[in-house]
Design a protein around this ligand. Sequence first.
Ligand SMILES: [Fe+2]
Ligand SMILES: [Fe+2]
Length: 191
Amino acid sequence: MLGLHLPSSQEWLAAANLDPASILIDHAHCEKKAATMAISLLSRYPTKSELVEGMAELAEEEMGHFRMVLAKIRERGIAFRSDPGDQYAQQLHALIRKQEPHRLLDTLIVCSLIEARSCERFQILSKSVDDADLRSFYRSLLESEARHRTTFLALARRYYPTDLVSQRLDELEHAEATIVSELPNQPVMHG
Ligand SMILES: [Fe+2]
Ligand SMILES: [Fe+2]
C-alpha cells in the first residue's frame, strides 16, 4: 500500500527498542523538517494554488506533530538536543534534479517516499516496540503520514503527466530501497 520496495529491518527495530529517547528526539526533528519543507515548497511555487493550499495545511499539521513529540520528550524528562542530520533524507534529496520542470516532480516524489517510509516505521513501532505508551503514540500518528504520502503524489499528478510520474516514482522507489538497505540501523527514525 505504501509502495516501498524494501521493508525495514529487524535490526533497526532492535536499535529503536534499545534507545527510545533517541528515536523521540530524531522524530521531533523529522516533524520540524517536514513543516520546513512544506513552507519552502509553497514559497518556491506561489502561483501553483493547489500546492500552496496543500503545503500550508501540511506545515500546520507537521508543526502540530512536532509539538506532540516535544510534549512526549518533556513528559519523559528527556533532554532535547540539536539535529545531527538525517543521512537517509539527505541521500534522497541528492537525487532531485536541479532544473525545472524536473525539480518539482522529483521533490514531490522524494517527499512522498519520506512520508511512506515514516509511516512504515510508525507501523512497525506501533506494533513491536516494547513500550506500550510509545506503541499507542505511534499508532496515533501513522494515518496522517499515509495521507501525506497521498497528498504529495496527488500534487505530482496534478502538475505532471501520469506516465511521467509513474516512471520517475518507480526509479526513485528503487533508489530509496537501496538507500534503506545501506543504513546503519541507528536509533533514529530513518536510521
Ligand atoms: Fe508528521
Ligand atoms: Fe508527514
